[in-house]
Design a protein around this ligand. Sequence first.
Ligand SMILES: [Zn+2]
Length: 454
Amino acid sequence: MKEVFDYIDSHFDEYLEELFGFLRCTGISTQNIGVQEAAEHLANIMRSSGIENVAIYPTERHPVVFGEIITDPSLPTELIYGHYDVQPPEPYELWETPPFEPAIRDGRIYARGSSDDRGQLFAQIKGVEAYKRVKGKLPVNVKFIFEGEEEIGSVHLDQFVREHKELLKCNATLCSDGHMHESRTPIVRLGHKGMLTFTITLRGANRDTHSQRAGSLPNPIWRMANLLSTIRNGDDAVVMIDGFYDSVREPTEKEIEACMKVPFDEAGLEKSYGVKLLMNRKTSNYYYNLMFEPTCNVQGMYGGYTGEGSKTVLPNKAVAKFDVRLVPDMAPDEIIDKLRRHLDARGYHDAEIEVGEGYYPGRVPIDNPYVDVYVKAVSEGFGTQPYIYPGSGGCAPHSIFERNLGVPYVSIPLGYGDQNNHAPNENLGLDAFKKGIRTAAAVVEHFIEAGKAE
Ligand SMILES: [Zn+2]
């Protein structure tokens, strides 16, 4: 790989210049600002990087950009996924330099999208390009799919992947998004949580009434407090919905071992948050719970009078909003069914459940042969052994690829812990950016080794 890495070093300034052009595009998906232009800019970068069949596919909202380098259809195929849309930059006044005018300070590139996710997907493109320029051709096929809706929940990605299975046919999917371990040790992330959101509403009398009737009329807020205490008791993180854990895929010994290698500073975390870490079903280990345990969280609740002073009112409605993070092999529908039965069994037949978004979790088994490929590539690209995260607390379009294409989905994030994504002064470390390009090239080199093992 030395030749390729030298080539990357000697072209690094050109990469920066090209990336800066991309970072000057807006492409704010939620506000419909400049997304088509950003897609076209990306497509041009791909074409000039030697990627073929580059095309912009419209969806009902923001387009998908696709391209490929097919060396020989009988060879294994790597699929690289990323997103070119960005979060709104507001509040502008907190940016040290304007969000769409990239600047380098203290070894970092500052701009909206520098880390999330343009700089990271760009590193993937440049790694593949560098390999091809140095070696003449790739030992595998590489396909690229970049969406423009990640920051609004990948609304049309599942449909797109389902409708383009042949186009996207591959052996494994790789994504660079998110951040490394806080120590700047690189990671290889094998799992992402699924998501389920819902709202529970309890109603009392047919109207708000004077609180003098509190001795006779029910108050739905008291009932909501009781209902909540049947779901979690507040002292630990265990979820008490009947059968909640039935489908949880328990981690294997190897997965637990990988998790335990991630340094866990309990006292430091407790100091940082100012609270004690909760005990969960098995342990209070922060990383174990982040990677392997599902969660049930109350996002917020409301009802009655919460303004200044007091108002002697007996409210007729209480609402609580929840998010549940799922681990394999839990399914969003399954949990809603279980919640309904749980509430009915406790007399809350009248509780109204309104279901919001729902998507599946995903986890690549740690002994999948592609895991070795990615670990090896990161070790070479970064010059250090990565931590393997068998799972993570966050969500990603993991299951869209895993379920529709039947292939593993792995993440190699390049951001630092303080990349400030979604916030002012978003940044990407120059060092991680360069090592990310190297890693992408090393993946191309080693990809075929997993193909042999399959
Ligand atoms: Zn993001």
